[in-house]
Ligand binder design. Structure first.
Ligand code: UGA
Ligand code: MN
Length: 246
């Protein structure tokens, strides 16, 4: 089965570094199609150059966050990447693809064993995610191979207290479940999506050695210093230049 990796991304100084690292992980994964969805309406020049050099099967889509969320000054936590994930799923639907899809944020770190295991997802597969929330781990808790609970720093009212990186979905199963979309509901995107799909606890397929191994980490890149421009067009300031003299 093919894997469709759906990656939300957005323009900032770290973008090309993140996508370079991610693309070079994906180069080790066979039968994978990368759906890159940018939160924008025009592609920046660095991104265009990145795509021209990309040696992977990919599709690039524009998927801007709807302006009602983007422009809402009072909304502190935005539904990041939701338009992107929905655009990726729509592309899979419109192109009649089969296989498995996985929501792959551009800044996480991925062990290749994860792809070997998720490829055979029948409905929805799940596994632990490291370095996420205050507890630094989010995982289903199993006993003798059966789900007995969840460990996560943000349980609240969630039926599925999991991170975006902690599950993959079979395309045909998603299609039969009505091709559900992800809700624009900050912090409840995963839960809303999984509830809408209608998967039951007993149908979940647990990976990573019964959720005892960590194959993906929710790493976060520290913000680059607020330079006036990105590395592609350095801000030349006399104080940053040392001219060698003989
Ligand atoms: C948190 C959660 O831990 C993730 O599971 C969840 O996917 C994400 O928020 C979310 O809100 O969707 P965090 O590391 O804070 O993760 O989020 P980012 O990595 O900054 O953003 C998630 C994805 O959305 C990334 O791929 C990023 O490139 C993209 N993004 C972010 C946008 O497309 N637009 C933005 O304005 C910000
Ligand atoms: Mn992140």
């Amino acid at each position: 089965p093919m894997i469709y990796a759906i990656t939300p991304t957005y323009n900032r100084p770290e973008q090309i570094a993140e996508l370079t690292r991610l693309s070079q992980t994906l180069m080790h994964v066979p039968a994978l199609h990368w759906i890159i969805c940018e939160d924008a309406t025009t592609a920046s020049e660095p991104l265009q150059r990145f795509l021209l050099n990309l040696k992977l099967p990919y599709t690039f889509l524009f998927a801007p966050m709807p302006s009602k969320y983007r422009d809402d000054k009072k909304m502190v936590y935005k539904p990041k990447g939701v338009a992107a994930r929905n655009a990726g799923m729509r592309w899979i639907r419109d192109n009649n693809k089969t296989g498995v899809f996985y929501f792959m944020d551009d800044d996480n770190s991925y062990d290749l064993r994860l792809f070997r295991e998720m490829r055979y997802t029948q409905r929805v597969s799940m596994w632990p995610v490291g370095l996420v929330t205050g507890l630094a781990l989010s995982t289903p808790v199993l006993k003798d191979g059966h789900l007995v609970g969840w460990y996560d720093g943000f349980i609240y009212g969630r039926k599925f207290p999991v991170d975006m990186a902690g599950f993959a979905v079979n395309v045909d199963y998603w299609r039969a479940a009505g091709e559900v979309e992800m809700p624009f509901k900050t912090s409840y995107e995963e839960d809303g999506f999984l509830r809408a799909i209608g998967i039951s606890f007993s149908e979940l397929e647990f990976k990573a050695n019964d959720c005892t191994e960590i194959y993906v980490w929710h790493t976060r890149t520290s913000k680059a210093p607020k330079a006036k421009r990105t590395i592609f067009e350095p801000a030349f300031d006399d104080s940053n230049i040392r001219i060698l003299q003989n």
